[in-house]
Design a protein around this ligand. Sequence first.
Ligand code: CUA
Length: 332
Amino acid sequence: MSTPQIRLPLLLFVLVLAGCGGRQNTLDPASKQEHAISTLWWVMLTGATIGFAVILLLLLLGWLRRNRPNLPFGLGERTANGIVVVMGVALPIALLSLLFFWSDVYVIRKTEAPKASSTAFTIDVVGHQWFWEIRYPGTGAVTANELHIPVNTRVNVVGTTADVIHSFWVPALNRKIDLIPGRRNRVLLDADRTGVFRGQCAEFCGLQHAHMALLVFVQSRPAFRDWLAGMARPARAPTSQPERLGRRVFLAQACSGCHAIRGTPARARVGPDLTHVGSRTTLASVTIPNDPASLAAWIRDPQHPKPGNKMPALGLPEPQIRALVAYLESLK
Ligand code: CUA
C-alpha cells in the first residue's frame, strides 16, 4: 500500500480516538448507571470482535483450501453440518437472547427515570435554542448551562423544552432523554465522584445545535449547599461607579427585554438568567470562556461566535459595553 492510502484510514482512526477521553466520555463512567451502560458496551465490543475474528479465520481457511475436495481436519459431512447448526443457529440465538435480557431488562431498568420517592430533590432543565435553563424548584435558584449537583445523591432531572426538540445527555452520568414540546421526561443523575462532566444536546435542534453544551459540576454536599444558597439569593447591588453605570445600561437597553436579573426589574426568560452570571465559568452554552474580554466581545458581536442565536448586536458605545461587563462580571 502506498503512503497516502495508509494515511487516510490512519487519520480517521486518530479522529475517532480523539472522540474518547476528555470530560465527555461515555466509557469513563462516574455513576452506577453509566457503569452498567459502558460494561454492556465493552462486552458487546469484545463479543463482536471475537465473532468477527472467527468468521475471518474460517473465510481464510476456505480460501486456502479452495482447490481441495475434502473437508479439513478429517471432518465428516455430519460433523460439518453439526458445526453449522451450532455456530450458525444455536449460538447466535443463545447470545442474542442473553444480550436482549442484559440490555433490555437489566441496563434499561438500571438507567430508567427514577421513582418519584427515590430522589433527594428535583432540577428542572428547559431546552432553548440554544442554551439550557436550569431551575431548582422550591429554592428560587435559577441558572443556565452549568448544572451543579451533590455527589452520591439521587437527583431527579425533569426535562422540558421552550421551543423545538432537544436531547439532554451527560455521557459520564447516564443515558440521554429527549426534551419534547408538551412532555416532561425524566432522568436520574447519581454521580459517585466529584468533578466536572460535559454534556451535549444530542438531538439536532437548529443552526447552533453543536454549540449547545452544558457542564455538570459534581460537588461535595457542603459545597453544593453553599452554592445553592448563593444561587437562590437575588443579585448583589453594584458597589463601584462602572458597576452602577452597567446596571443602568442593562435596565435601560434591550438587555432587560430578554434576560432576568433577580432583585432588579429585569424578569424576562428569552435568554439565560444572569443573576449570578459572574460565577459561571463559560458563556453561550460552553462556547466561550467567561472572562471580561470574551464577555465584551460577545456583547459587541454575539452573532460572530454563534451565528443565528437570538441575541442581537445592540451597537452600544464602548464605554457602555465596558460598564456592562464590569456589572455582569460582578454578579457572583
Ligand atoms: Cu438543542 Cu440540539
